[in-house]
Design a protein around this ligand. Structure first.
Ligand SMILES: *[C@@H]1O[C@H](CO)[C@@H](O)[C@H](O)[C@H]1NC(C)=O
Ligand SMILES: *[C@@H]1O[C@H](CO)[C@@H](O)[C@H](O)[C@H]1NC(C)=O
Ligand SMILES: *[C@@H]1O[C@H](CO)[C@@H](O)[C@H](O)[C@H]1NC(C)=O
Ligand SMILES: *[C@@H]1O[C@H](CO)[C@@H](O)[C@H](O)[C@H]1NC(C)=O
Length: 176
């Protein structure tokens, strides 16, 4: 009786682990699809490389600028999209790349505000580089809720205000 219960518990945990893995990898694909749709890519830097027709697990890990935690698992570790002539607002969909630690959008032509719910969109970010764009408006205080952030580069934008004091403990701040 007791060992049967333990076995059931083990099966349940296994099921949770396996389904959790599928669930999260599906979300990371969704993240990149939404992101691609939300930005303007006049030089087709992402258009051909980011091909979602092949649904093999790990295929997004070969996409231009995408690095995964493991090459055969759709779980995005970093997005390095600098210097690609990308345009539009701060890209959408990132909240579904739940394990994203590095976001580099530097040296593009993004405009508009840095979202004031930034910490919900990139909760795991350790490094954020938005430098050399056309972001404008206030530096959102919500950046201070990105609790893992240790590198932040916002230089060469049209931002106003200061880095929230809450994140003045950052190891490396490159601002204006
Ligand atoms: C899909 O991607 C995998 C891994 O990159 C590759 O081995 C496979 O040949 C691709 N399938 C198609 C139909 O392109
Ligand atoms: C951010 O990106 C710019 C341009 O690509 C680069 O020069 C700079 O070193 C980066 N900042 C950090 C802190 O890595
Ligand atoms: C700021 O961050 C917190 C925690 O991540 C979040 O719950 C809150 O909604 C954010 N604020 C705004 C204005 O979105
Ligand atoms: C977001 O950060 C502010 C300022 O540090 C803090 O007061 C607030 O409790 C944080 N919110 C969450 C949900 O962590």
């Amino acid at each position: 009786m007791e060992s049967g219960g333990q076995c059931f518990l083990l099966q349940t945990i296994l099921w949770l682990v396996l389904s959790g893995r599928c669930y999260s990898s599906h979300l990371d694909v969704q993240c990149l699809m939404t992101l691609q749709r939300s930005l303007i890519d006049p030089d087709n830097n992402l258009k051909y490389s980011w091909n979602f027709e092949n649904t093999t697990e790990g295929v997004i890990c070969n996409f231009n600028g995408v690095e995964c935690w493991h090459p055969d698992e759709n779980k995005v570790l970093s997005l390095r999209l600098s210097n690609m002539n990308l345009q539009g607002k701060f890209p959408a969909g990132l909240e579904n790349c739940y394990s994203l630690t590095v976001l580099d959008l530097s040296n593009n032509k993004f405009t508009g505000p840095i979202p004031d719910d930034i910490s919900k969109r990139i909760p795991s970010a350790a490094s954020l580089n938005l430098s050399y764009n056309g972001f404008s408006g206030n530096i959102p205080s919500n950046l201070s809720n990105c609790s893992y952030l240790n590198t932040l580069d916002l230089q060469h934008n049209q931002l106003t205000g200061t880095i929230p004091w809450q994140i003045s403990t950052l190891k490396s701040i490159d601002n204006f």
